[in-house]
Design a protein. Structure first.
Length: 261
């Protein structure tokens, strides 16, 4: 009987497997699209349509308003670093190792954020919006992948130098937004204090200073609402109402109703 020789099944190399491909040196178009969607566009959309985390929630205050400024600034640095890496792919070993450290900080931050939001995201699935709470898990993957690829560009320089630049990039990703957020909070608190306790002229100047910072100061601006609720003078209440609308564009009565609920 003549034997039938079937063609041997192709053996997949290590680089053909899924996970090695995700972190391998070869960069594909689908990977770039994924990185842009989940590392740049996704985080921005999450902040814009944030229903509960940093901005005012559904008929109630946000979950973590005190971390809003730091998170916005931190995310801006991460988006900028990832954009630079994806567009220019700097081959300078110092630049790539520093960017790798920045993106590594982003990976850790996104993973921590995702774990903190996981319980709320699971509850949010019941109303159809919880899926956005899992975006930081995917963003952490994007930042980690590109951090590893940036690190691989440093194979020819001493390991101590590479580790130092990675550490500098990591600290830069954390310390720069932290220092900026502390300075912004100081400016906002001083301006809010002048709005609440200052004379009409100083309050008006303070309101103008707060206008460009209103997206970083929602929780601090609630002090104006509290002062409005506690104020007995009709003239003073009207002034606070006018200044709040000038700063935020919103009605103070609506915000007061949310805070009372």
């Amino acid at each position: 009987m003549e034997a039938i020789n079937l063609p041997a099944a192709p053996v997949k190399s290590q680089n053909d497997r899924f996970w090695p491909r995700q972190f391998g040196a070869q960069i594909t178009t689908p990977q770039i699209c994924f990185d842009v969607a989940l590392g740049i566009v996704g985080p921005v959309l999450c902040f814009i349509f944030d229903p509960i985390v940093f901005r005012r929630g559904f008929e109630g205050p946000p979950l973590f308003p005190e971390y809003q400024t730091f998170t916005y600034l931190f995310s801006a640095i991460q988006v900028a670093a990832l954009s630079i890496w994806l567009i220019f792919r700097p081959r300078n070993e110092f630049s790539s190792s520093t960017i790798g450290g920045v993106l590594l900080g982003g990976a850790f931050f996104c993973l921590t954020t995702a774990c903190l939001l996981a319980p709320f995201s699971l509850m949010g699935l019941l109303v159809g919006i919880g899926i956005f709470g899992f975006t930081p898990f995917l963003s952490a993957f994007v930042f980690l992948r590109n951090s590893i690829r940036a690190f691989r560009c440093c194979s020819t320089q001493p390991s101590f130098t590479t580790a130092s630049m990675l550490a500098i990039g990591f600290l830069l990703a954390v310390m720069l937004p932290l220092l900026l957020s502390l300075e912004i909070c100081s400016v906002v608190n001083n301006a809010v204090n002048e709005v609440v306790h200052g004379d009409p002229v100083r309050a008006d100047f303070a309101a103008h200073r707060l206008m460009p910072l209103r997206f970083f100061a929602e929780s601090e601006l609630d002090e104006i609402v509290s002062a409005y609720l506690a104020e007995k003078s009709p003239a003073r209440r009207e002034q606070l109402k006018s200044l709040y609308r000038e700063i935020t564009g919103d009605d103070i009565e609506e915000r007061a109703r949310i805070l009372r609920d």
